[in-house]
Ligand binder design. Structure first.
Ligand SMILES: [Ca+2]
Ligand SMILES: [Ca+2]
Length: 384
């Protein structure tokens, strides 16, 4: 009996075992078996039956595509489950009355937090368990990669250089080809991270087309060092689809401020949208196409070194904060502090005028301030 169960739902077996042991102690093993008999039959197909929090479409992975199920099942109710934990393992749960078209998954799978209601609280376990898989996972791509103008990512310039801010606009549909009946959309934006120093978070959703924030499930996931892409999804939470065209998202990032040290030739910089899935309320794949953009990363041959007459730092030595005296009102883009071992100990894009360096330990540091007119570098000393 235990063997059959353990094939599918080990956590359930553990709970069952413990409960039965207690009952056996009180010499009521027979009663225990009778009590649990319906659940034994019930849980034998646990791999399909159990809910894995965040895997709304029950395909064995929690990711941004599961946000689409929240849109389809938004505000639905059903039996709550006993185990409200949202950690990534199998939770036994009673079926709800409705099922998704996708994978024929029961609506209960979208109830990530197990409270018997589909709402915004079910989006957080998707992020927490993002990328986690179980035995159902096959690796089958969930989105499409069809080239076309429906979903476009556009760069704000054709050239960039060291430390420059890049603004990427993502827009959906066009006047000639608006979207229709869209209830949710999931996609990934590849940002070619080898040239990127920082992604400015949070990203900015635009609400002209997709509706006010109060009508939406919004999801983005960026895992620095793990993925070359930022994963996005939105879904309507009131069942009312959107129609039309417009901007949906702005992402800003900063090009590596050591670009010219790392490369001697201009580099192509590409952004792409991949794995797009847009659905209507019936979960029909709307076959949304996508296209990216490209620019050139210019490397600077000579960095213009700014003088103490243009920028200065006081006090030096300092205790907690330093003040930047920007005598020519240059545009300060970035401030970086390295320790004597060359490690970055402070890095701020568009820093405040009095950077707080109180977290640094006493010692000597090298500070560089990047402006629109060149770089100012100086040695600074943190005193006690
Ligand atoms: Ca899934
Ligand atoms: Ca819920």
């Amino acid at each position: 009996m235990y063997f059959i169960l353990s094939l599918n739902c080990s956590k359930f077996v553990l709970k069952l075992n413990l409960k039965e042991m207690k009952l056996a102690k009180s010499k009521s093993l027979l009663i225990a078996i009778l009590v649990w008999l319906p659940f034994l039959a019930f849980s034998q197909d646990c791999s399909n039956f159990c809910v894995w929090p965040g895997d709304g479409n029950n395909n064995g992975v929690a990711n941004h595509f599961d946000v689409l199920q929240l849109g389809v099942a938004s505000n639905s109710t059903g039996p709550f489950r006993v185990d409200w934990d949202v950690d990534w393992d199998a939770k036994e749960a009673e079926d709800w009355t409705e099922s998704f078209v996708t994978n024929n998954a029961n609506f209960k799978h979208a109830d990530a937090n197990g409270d018997g209601f589909i709402d915004i609280n079910d989006i957080y376990p998707i992020g927490d368990n993002f990328g986690s898989t179980n035995a159902l996972f096959t690796g089958t791509p969930e989105g499409n990669n069809i080239t076309g103008p429906d979903l476009t990512a556009t760069l704000n310039q054709t050239t960039y250089t060291d430390g420059q801010l890049v603004t990427i606009k993502v827009s959906l549909g066009s006047q000639e080809s608006p979207v229709s009946d869209l209830i949710g959309l999931a996609f990934s934006l590849e940002i070619d991270t080898q040239y990127v120093q920082q992604v400015i978070e949070p990203v900015t959703w635009e609400f002209g087309l997709i509706g006010p924030e109060s009508d939406l499930y919004l999801f983005d996931k960026w895992e620095p060092g793990i993925s070359d892409a930022i994963h996005f999804a939105f879904a309507r939470n009131n069942g009312i689809p959107i129609n039309g065209y417009g901007d949906i998202l702005t992402v800003q990032l900063v090009i590596d401020d050591n670009l010219s040290l790392r490369y001697s030739e201009p580099q192509p910089y590409e952004i792409n949208i991949k794995d797009v899935l847009g659905i209507d309320a019936l979960e029909t794949d709307l076959l949304i196409t996508s296209q990216g953009d490209e620019a050139t990363l210019l490397v600077t041959t000579a960095v213009n070194e700014l003088t103490d007459e243009q920028i200065s730092i006081r006090p030096n030595p300092f205790n907690n904060t330093i003040k930047i005296y920007n005598k020519e009102n240059l545009i300060i883009e970035n401030i970086t502090v390295h320790d004597v071992y060359g490690r970055v100990v402070y890095d701020r894009y568009k820093p405040e005028n009095e950077p707080d360096l109180s977290s640094l330990i006493t010692g000597v540091y090298y500070l560089s301030i990047q402006t629109d007119q060149g770089i100012y570098s100086t040695k600074i000393v943190k005193s006690k």
